[in-house]
Design a protein around this ligand. Structure first.
Ligand SMILES: [Zn+2]
Ligand SMILES: [Zn+2]
Length: 123
């Protein structure tokens, strides 16, 4: 494993799990000042393909990289864009049954308003 890849992987593993490539690059630069953003993107692509991390595509927002490759879904706050993990069981089986075909994968982003962004109750 290259020094660059090791550094990028460490950053993702230490994060809360949903960083953008830009955020990963800013952190990697502190450890390896000469690292290029292209190197970060290339390594993220390789790690995604190898199943070491998971890429989450969110419309109108940069892709996030997830340290957890375990099956789970994402809740995306529509106000602040924070991505939260949520565990829904049996979804793939349910979708498969409804669609009547064997599903090999799906992308699902559940939209919500997180607690931090919920309007405070007026007293
Ligand atoms: Zn929020
Ligand atoms: Zn996640």
């Amino acid at each position: 494993m290259t020094k660059q890849k090791q550094a990028i992987l460490n950053i993702i593993k230490k994060s809360d799990g949903h960083m953008t490539a830009e955020e990963i690059y800013m952190k990697a630069k502190k450890e390896l000042p000469s690292i290029a953003i292209g190197t970060v993107y290339r390594n993220l692509g390789l790690m995604t393909d190898a199943g070491e991390i998971r890429r989450i595509a969110i419309p109108n927002s940069p892709d996030r990289y997830d340290k957890s490759t375990k099956p789970h879904e994402h809740l995306v706050c529509q106000k602040c864009g924070t991505v939260y993990d949520t565990f829904v069981t049996g979804l793939k089986e349910f979708l498969q049954q409804q669609a009547g075909v064997e599903i090999t994968g799906y992308d699902l982003n559940l939209k919500f308003i997180c607690d931090k962004c919920k309007p405070k109750n007026h007293i």
